[in-house]
Write a protein of this length. Sequence first.
Length: 94
Amino acid sequence: MARLTALSPSIPVFDYSLYAIWSLRAAFEGTETDPALIDGGKVWFLYANEILDKLSQEKKTFEGRLAAPGSKYSGKEWVGFSPERLNLWKAADQ
């Protein structure tokens, strides 16, 4: 999914960016850590870092609660990508 999403600027049908939100939320926004989820989140940075940066700068959003924050950040009003959220994911990935 990450590799296909990386192609999405040139081929929009490959936009699986909601899967990025779900993977990164599971990996870095929960109250518990799971090494498998963290590894899954890292794959998005490996293959789709540039598009994640772009979507965050554009503040791409999704309907309803599809892209709501994880339990650790339930007070945030995130509904998609944002620079703040991306910085949190990148800091947690370090």
